[in-house]
Design a protein around this ligand. Structure first.
Ligand code: ANZ
Ligand code: ZN
Length: 816
């Protein structure tokens, strides 16, 4: 019985394909598990991170199938996106050809890794059918007011004449031609995710326990809910005059109203309307204007790094003290948060402090630590006790915040305000390889939705991709269409969707039955049965955007009446990175290990075993060639030793008591491994300890010759290991057990029961010796054995009392 991974793995892969082994049943009375791994972008080949991800989900799927669940374990490809266009620019391949040939190759890799994915539900998000349903949802969302169009700032390369995604801007320059990128004000489509800000935040509590804490915290920070005060700074007379009374002042938002008496300047964003007005009306010197323009064009990262600003020669009035406060433009004030303007308190805010030092602005401390004096060499940003704050002196920050907000509300000069960091989701992209946004621009009717019966609005295939401009816009005919409302000549929208839109609902699409795959995106009955996803497995890099967007879509679909639950993913497992030589495996570092080469040399089972054994799933996994070799040797031995088994159709029954101590020990090890296996899939994810348990059991079995014990041992171990190394286990299982052991296994408690126990023997309360007795020995027998074993202390003495504490000790009380 020579182990040949190649032959054996291929055979089983063919068997599974032929038998449709991994297609879920459509009997919705069965208990179900929906196991989902984050689908890949079809970059060309799987990398080890993918292999880890899918090995994990596959183990879950196979385990639950064994437990009798109806399991949905689907896979697809997140196949729209920039890399397909980049490949087109680089080597002239058509994005579609490039994408689908990569998909074909990667499907082959899935198969050769033995992943138990449903074949019949495979999809690629660039499929026209997928686009059709997505465009339908976009129209629904527009009708609900959840999609709108407005001007927004985009990265623009003036030389390529194109909008750049954030990741195409490298150190402020275009990734293709190194030209400095500028910000351009253009019409964009937005999803109103902010409408769900509060719910996205409060529903995080429903995910506690099921999601990693870290991810919940990241989502919470991203949504960023803050409570504070909004009030208006009014201009003084001189400033009003300079502004031709066009503005009477501006609003600011603060989370620290307790610091109001420490305000020493006001700062507004370079994009603020007052600044734009002053530029347009030549109210600023050229040098000031230039400084403001360069602030606007800087990337947001640059803007956070080095603080800079310029005074506007305007003044506002402090709302309480009525003192004059200068107005500055500052690069750290962002237009899209709060009201795009702040009251600056250098004594109590780091950024304001640095800025004040740089521009020599006054610093007024008004909060001090509770039990010490204030230190004005740095910003004191904690809460403390108020001073120099008129009637609020002596209050602590928390009370003062409430009281000062109240005071503003009473004077009707400000209000309590809640702000979110979360912004509406800009979804339009000016590129080809994406789902077209199904709108039409008509001179008479304005922005018009496409009719649902005209969907999908598919991409044209005859396209020239150069990297300059939007290829759809430059296509000679595609955008010319008729208005769906008035039938006049109109122009099709040439923007396409952000690819995060496709991944926001693919898990719902997988619930659709292949039977009506073409007719609808999914049916209510299918969704209600399969959702929520029981285990979602993927990378931590998706902790924020993808998971937030998927949660958003779920709530939108609920409000559109398509589904009736609030959250899509019950449990989330974020896998750790795969490293080699201490660094993340990546092409640029040149430290990748090609999964295909590992399969070629050792087989898929070895790759899978190594991955699950080398580290707990949530931790980093360091690639280790000799551990891969070790995994291979284990599998080979596991397979070759199976020749000791006798074929059986059911688990042999064994009289445990009649076995030798070593045989009993071997059985105990087997069942211990089984107990560990049951821990793995609920929450502990301790594959490594489970596998170690199997290895220990194998060692214990090796010394035995009793074939019933071997058969029982393999019956159980092959079933435990099938989720991990499915090919070799299926082979053993079919050869000796007719595949009947691949079901849930019962733990036999009797093997853990010790039939001999050790008792302590003490004399007059002092421990003297130990005895071994049968568990069910009578007290008389126990005392008899104790007396024999303690004979030397009893010589010439009289026993006055005999005490037996069951299963613990015997105490003999003696006197001379
Ligand atoms: C005065 C102040 C004093 C502030 C102090 C902080 C500390 P959150 O909501 O927690 O992020 N801020 C408000 N709008 C801003 C904008 N558009 N761009 C940049 N900064 C802005 O923080 C809100 C605080 O961030 C606000 O409270 C404001 O500064 C600043 F000792 O107001 B604070
Ligand atoms: Zn029209």
């Amino acid at each position: 019985m020579e182990y040949s991974s190649k032959k054996l793995e291929k055979q089983w892969q063919e068997y599974w394909a032929k038998n449709r082994s991994f297609e879920p049943s459509e009997d919705f009375t069965k208990k179900k598990k929906y196991i989902l791994s984050m689908f890949p972008f079809p970059s060309g080949r799987l990398h080890m991170g993918h292999v880890r991800n899918y090995t994990l989900s596959d183990a879950f799927a196979r385990y639950y199938r064994q437990q009798g669940f109806n399991v949905l374990h689907p896979i697809g490809f997140d196949s729209f996106g920039m890399p397909a266009e980049n490949a087109a620019i680089k080597n002239g391949s058509h994005p579609k050809t490039w994408t689908y040939s990569n998909i074909d190759y990667m499907k082959g890799e899935f198969k050769s890794l033995g992943f138990s994915f449903s074949k019949e539900r495979e999809l690629a998000t660039s499929d026209e059918l997928y686009t059709k349903f997505e465009q339908g949802f976009i129209i629904d969302m527009y009708e609900k007011g959840l999609l709108y169009r407005k001007k927004g700032f985009l990265n623009w390369c003036p030389s390529c004449n194109t909008v750049l995604a954030n990741e195409q801007v490298i150190d402020g320059t275009c990734w293709r031609c190194d030209t400095s990128v500028v910000k351009k004000d253009m019409n964009q489509y937005y999803f109103k995710i902010t409408h769900y800000g509060d719910e996205l935040l409060s529903d995080l509590s429903k995910l506690e326990g099921g999601w990693p804490k870290q991810v919940l915290t990241m989502q919470e920070n991203w949504i960023g809910k803050s409570n504070g005060l909004e009030f208006r700074f009014s201009f003084d007379e001189v400033s009003l005059g300079r502004l031709n009374s066009k503005f009477d002042g501006f609003d600011v938002f603060t989370t620290r109203p307790d610091t109001i008496y420490g305000v020493s300047y006001a700062a507004i964003a370079p994009e603020h309307e007052i600044v734009s007005y002053m530029i347009q009306n030549s109210l600023l010197d050229d040098s000031v204007r230039e400084q403001i323009e360069s602030m606007k064009n800087a990337s947001s990262i640059e803007r956070q790094k080095e603080k800079s600003g310029v005074a506007l020669n305007l003044h506002v009035v402090h709302p309480l003290t009525k003192k004059s406060v200068p107005v500055w433009v500052a690069n750290f004030v962002l237009m899209d948060y709060g009201s795009g303007a702040v009251m600056a308190v250098p004594a109590h805010d780091e950024r304001d402090f640095d800025f004040a030092q740089k521009y020599d602005l006054p610093i007024h401390a008004v909060i001090k630590p509770f039990n010490s004096e204030s230190d004005d060499t740095k910003a004191f940003t904690e809460i403390g006790e108020l001073f120099s704050s008129e009637s609020f002196n002596g209050l602590n920050s928390k009370d003062a915040q409430a009281k000062i907000i109240e005071h503003f509300e009473m004077l009707k000069i400000g209000t309590k305000k809640i702000n979110f960091k979360l912004k509406d989701w800009g979804v339009s992209r000016q590129r080809y390889w994406g789902a077209p946004i199904p709108f039409v621009h008509c001179d008479d009717c304005g922005l018009v939705m496409e009719k649902k019966e005209n969907l999908p609005i598919a991409l044209p295939e005859d396209i020239v991709i150069t990297g300059e401009g939007n290829p759809l816009d430059k296509h000679p005919t595609w955008k010319h269409c008729k208005c769906p409302t008035c039938a006049k000549d109109a122009l099709r929208e040439t923007d396409t969707m952000d690819t995060f839109v496709e991944s926001s609902w693919y898990f719902l699409r997988f619930c659709a039955s292949p039977k009506n795959w073409e007719d609808e995106a999914f049916s209510r009955e299918q969704i209600e049965y399969w959702m929520s996803v029981d285990h979602y497995i993927g990378g931590i890099e998706h902790a924020i955007l993808h998971l937030l967007y998927a949660r958003f879509f779920t709530k939108v679909f609920r409000d559109l009446g398509y589904i009736s639950f609030d959250e899509p993913f019950d449990r989330l497992l974020t896998q750790g990175m795969v490293l080699k030589d201490g660094a993340k495996m990546s092409k640029s570092k040149g430290n990748t290990v090609d999964p295909d080469a590992i399969i070629e040399k050792y087989g898929a089972d070895t790759a899978r075993l190594f991955i699950l054994f080398a580290a707990p799933p949530t931790q980093e996994l360091e690639w280790n060639d000799s551990a891969v070799e070790g995994a291979y040797r284990f599998i080979k031995r596991f397979y070759e030793r199976s020749s000791n088994i006798t074929k059986t159709e059911s688990i042999p029954s064994i009289d445990h008591a009649s076995l030798s101590k070593e045989e009993q020990f071997a059985r105990k090890k087997v069942y211990e491994a089984l107990v560990r296996a049951q821990d793995v899939y609920n929450e502990k994810y301790t594959f490594n300890t489970m596998i170690a348990g199997v290895m220990e059991a194998m060692n214990a079995l090796n010394a035995q010759s009793n074939s019933a014990i071997w058969s029982e041992g393999y019956w159980i171990l092959a079933s435990i290991m099938e989720p991990v190394i499915p090919h070799v286990c299926s082979e053993i299982s079919s050869r000796y057990f007719s595949l009947k052991n691949l079901t849930s296994q019962r733990v036999l408690e009797e093997v853990f029961v010790e039939n001999v126990i050790t008792l302590g023997v003490s004399i007059n309360g002092k421990a003297r010796t130990e005895i071994e007795v049968a568990v069910d020995a009578s007290s008389e027998d126990v005392i008899k054995i104790a007396k024999e074993s303690a004979a030397k202390w009893l010589e010439g003495k009289t026993i006055v009392k005999e005490i037996v504490v069951p299963k613990k000790l015997v105490n003999l009380v003696i006197k001379d």
